[in-house]
Design a binder for this molecule. Structure first.
Ligand SMILES: [Fe+2]
Length: 246
């Protein structure tokens, strides 16, 4: 198994969002028996960098406890499945329907998905820049698909609000068309064979609506969390993902 080499931004985009993320998350060690397959990457900004929209304590717990726990459980599960431990994360998630052991499949789905989703999430955020906007191409596509930026944000917020319990809201692109979806638990739009066909596509934007993402600061006010979240969306990253995927 090859160890991953650092990939620069251009390579990341060239590879495509899912594939590149999988590469970045790929096995970090050549000996799965002696070392964890996956490790927690540091945030690309400080814990307090997203204040006041996302508070430092939430970020610290979300990243250092919740995301770390997904990785720990994923590594534990992979310790008994060396053939799966050899796969890049994207391939592993795409291979889950073929995993016969239901308990193992569910563990990998929840914790492998949790790892991928959170890595994607951290890289979808950036310290508040009010002037940040989607690229002209993405803005035009959002207007075409949803009528206006405001209408898109309203529909996305509704999807986030209506996701019962824990899960994610997504902006995806499939066959060149933008669409809003949501998934339960730690499922994501790349999980072929596990999530409904309508929710499959290339993720451009994802919002964590688990209570652990907002409860310390927003308590039960998920809509307020969603409203504030727009202030820290990394539209440059989302636009680059769109350009790579379309
Ligand atoms: Fe989370």
């Amino acid at each position: 198994m090859d160890s991953p080499s650092p990939i620069d931004r251009r390579q990341f985009l060239k590879l495509g969002t899912l594939a590149a993320t999988a590469a970045a998350l790929g096995p970090a060690y050549s000996n799965a028996e002696a070392a964890p397959v996956y490790t927690l990457a540091p945030l690309p900004y400080g814990f307090d960098a997203l204040e006041p929209h996302m508070d430092a304590r939430t970020m610290e717990i979300h990243h250092g406890k919740h995301h770390a726990a997904y990785i720990k459980s994923l590594n534990t599960a992979l310790a008994s499945s060396p053939e799966l431990a050899q796969m890049p994360l994207e391939k592993l998630l795409a291979s889950l329907p073929a995993v016969q052991d239901e308990a193992l499949r569910n563990t990998l789905r929840n914790h492998g998905g949790g790892h991928w989703n959170h890595d994607f999430f951290w890289n979808t955020l950036t310290p508040a820049v009010k002037s940040a906007k989607p690229s002209p191409d993405l803005a035009a596509a959002l207007n075409s698909a949803f009528g206006s930026m405001e209408a898109f944000q309203k529909s996305f917020a509704e999807a986030a609000a209506k996701r019962f319990g824990s899960g994610w809201a997504w902006l995806i692109i499939k066959d060149g068309k933008l669409k809003i979806t949501s998934t339960p638990n730690q499922d994501n739009p790349s999980m072929v064979g596990l999530v409904p066909e309508a929710d499959l596509g290339t993720a451009l934007l994802g919002l964590d609506v688990w209570e652990h993402a907002y409860y310390l600061h927003y308590q039960n006010r998920r809509p307020d969390y969603v409203t504030a979240w727009w202030n820290i969306v990394n539209w440059s990253m989302v636009s680059d993902r769109f350009a790579a995927a379309k």
